[in-house]
Design a protein around this ligand. Sequence first.
Ligand code: NCD
Ligand code: ZN
Length: 356
Amino acid sequence: MAAIPRQLLIRRPDDWHVHLRDGAMLRAVAPETARVFRRAIVMPNLLPPITTAAAAAAYRERILAAVDASTGFEPLMTAYLTDTIAAAELERGFAEGVFTAAKLYPARATTNAEAGVSDLAHITPALEAMERIGMPLLIHGEVTDPEVDVFDREEVFIERHLDPLLRRHQGLKVVFEHITTAEAVAFVAAGPPTLAATITPHHLQINRNAMFRGGLRPDAYCLPVAKRELHRIALRGAATSGEPRFFLGTDSAPHSRQAKESACGCAGIFNAPHALESYAQVFEQEGALERLEAFASEFGPRFYGLPRNEDRIELVRQPLEVPLMMELGGAGESPQPLVPFQAGETLPWQIKSATD
Ligand code: NCD
Ligand code: ZN
């Protein structure tokens, strides 16, 4: 085996799936993403959801106001598909450069998905327009049928909805978001060039046991929920394979402590502070560090048809202790207590700071 390098200089990455929230939480978490990632596909599941180009443009301004302008951070906005969304609104927003993509949440599949799509037939005109103009469709791929076991919802979504959808819309660019199963890996690998998938750090790092380690662990709960070990192994294989249709999307999804530690706790893992370091750990463990750059910084822009970032970021092989709790917040605001993913663990890589 080749010796492990001490430094890694890679093209600056982008995050192709993140929740930046709004208000004080936005000001707390957005700087963590902007520090590392040049662009991010920003999820539209606010309350109310982002369904118009005007709302997306206003949200983009709030994001830009929450981050240090010197980072050059560029939020890429998405439209939240509802049963009644007008194809013309998507087309206009895309033409104006406000919308980069549109997000499909099956109604009630996850946090703030109440207004999602109840039947794909309702959005046929929207999908036809997107196919025509080259606007990608980002899919939360889980069925919401309560009869289906929660651990099977992704696999069943493929058969019932995703496969038929790809057959109906053969020119539509589709990103199967935050995949969690071996079935999804196999489906994407065998799929058309118009189909890609994002993979989160947490689905590469944990299996479902993490939610029950010594007690109920709300910080390991997200949707789609982590699955069995065999699925984690398949995801690690996909992410490190060098196959360009698997790329980085953190799905960092912060919630207040109150919302996590509750009788009905919210799904979401907050990994933004150390996401790149977490991926680097996985790629090192898989003996694939030389493929990290392509996964993190090249395959995403290639699929979206966007230029790659030109500047570089340096990772150094120095232990990084992930804090048990982070208190983040905008200047003059009361800090938000947030538990980062891998809290209390030591990661082998860290990002070299400007002062090093
Ligand atoms: C996300 C959230 O909290 O907005 N939660 C999550 O567990 N990933 C929603 C989502 O992407 O499913
Ligand atoms: Zn998400």
